[in-house]
Design a binder for this molecule. Structure first.
Ligand code: AMP
Ligand code: MG
Length: 343
């Protein structure tokens, strides 16, 4: 699986130290490979041993989510649930229950653009690995009856989930990282961390702000230039997530097919480059970024307004790119175009 870094985090700790007579603060940053990507946890605090312990606790939350929700692990709870498709309900853990219920809710709120039952299509298009080869349209059509969030049956009593159709597959790739960020943020808060940042492959959540700074500075990776930055946002609360056509894709006959599928047609969404979303929680940001990628500008903006999020869209225009930010983003650098950006 290819999953390149989506966002680069620039941390400005200029204000740390003894300013204002407070105890000296140091930043501890730890990184682990998990959920097919890189997890970076930064904790700022007076005592590096407890910061380190908090970072490890955050990591354990992400490992837990991976062990329950990965499609790549034969023993994960999600893999076992999918294996029961067509065989009746299965009782699931609280975390899997809450992510599936929230995902179905986002399916309704997005008018079906966000749909965790795209699993059979994701597999057909080869996106469980690198992507490809190009399937026949008859193969795509044959799978469409297996896709549709409304087919998933939930029984709150006993937390039972039923996939009624044999061959149905739930894929939480569009939402589980955001949920993992929320759990990791929760782990930092539970240990009394006042300033911390979680970056799980571009899904970012924060606790407080760095001492002496007004915000965390988070750079958005340029979707076409390796190591280039599209711009920088200042994050004080909530979370951001990016969905992009550059994370996993293949090219066939000169056409780029990327890993986000339109559940209504079964085909990869084309003509979009990326969308970065801010929302109050990691889960919401993750679900919204995938939904907005499918919905596009007009419908996407409407959903964003309803949900109180912010977004930066990147479109391809001729040979170049155009970035459009919603009014609430505070851009500090970057070659962005349109009214949402600074002069
Ligand atoms: P993200 O990078 O968060 O946008 O998630 C993309 C991943 O979500 C894909 O790699 C698929 O595993 C899954 N996915 C693809 N299309 C959809 C969709 N329309 N709704 C929900 N999940 C999707
Ligand atoms: Mg997503």
């Amino acid at each position: 699986m290819r999953s390149g870094p989506v966002l680069v985090v620039l941390l400005l700790f200029l204000g740390m130290g003894t300013r204002g007579g407070t105890r000296p603060q140091t930043a501890v940053t730890r990184a682990w490979a998990v959920m097919g990507t890189l997890l970076e946890v930064t904790v700022v605090g007076p005592d590096s041993a407890s910061s380190e312990a908090a970072a490890r606790a955050a990591y354990r939350e992400v490992v837990l989510v991976d062990s329950l929700m990965s499609l790549y692990r034969p023993e994960s709870e999600l893999t076992r649930l999918n294996a029961r498709a067509g065989w009746g309900p299965m009782a699931v853990s609280q975390p899997l229950w809450s992510v599936i219920s929230a995902a179905l809710d986002w399916g309704r709120r997005s008018g079906g653009a966000f749909d965790i039952t795209v699993g059979p299509l994701v597999r057909l298009w080869g996106f469980l690995d690198g992507g490809g080869p190009l399937p026949d349209s008859s193969e795509v059509e044959a799978l469409l009856p297996l896709v549709g969030s409304e087919r998933v049956e939930l029984e709150a009593e006993g937390r039972r989930v039923c996939l009624p159709g044999s061959g149905m597959i739930i894929d939480l790739g569009g939402i589980a990282k955001g949920y993992a960020v929320d759990r990791a943020v929760g782990a930092l808060q539970a240990r009394g961390v006042r300033a911390g940042l979680i970056n799980l492959g571009g899904n970012i959540g924060v606790v407080g702000v760095p001492p002496g700074e007004g915000a965390w500075s988070v750079g958005i990776t340029h979707p076409r230039e390796e190591a280039g930055l599209l711009g920088t946002v200042r994050l004080t609360r909530g979370a951001i997530a990016t969905s992009g056509d550059y994370e996993r894709f293949f090219v066939a006959d000169g056409v780029r097919y990327s890993h986000i599928l339109d559940p209504r047609t079964g085909w990869p969404v084309s003509e979009r480059v990326s969308v970065t979303v801010w929302a109050p929680t990691g889960l919401a940001a993750d679900a919204l970024s995938t939904a907005l990628f499918v919905l596009g500008g007009e419908e996407g903006e409407a959903l964003l307004r309803e949900e109180g999020g912010e977004a930066v869209w990147v479109w391809s225009v001729g040979e170049g790119l155009e970035a459009v930010a919603s009014d609430g983003w505070e851009w500090i650098t970057g070659p962005c175009v349109n009214q949402g950006c600074p002069p």
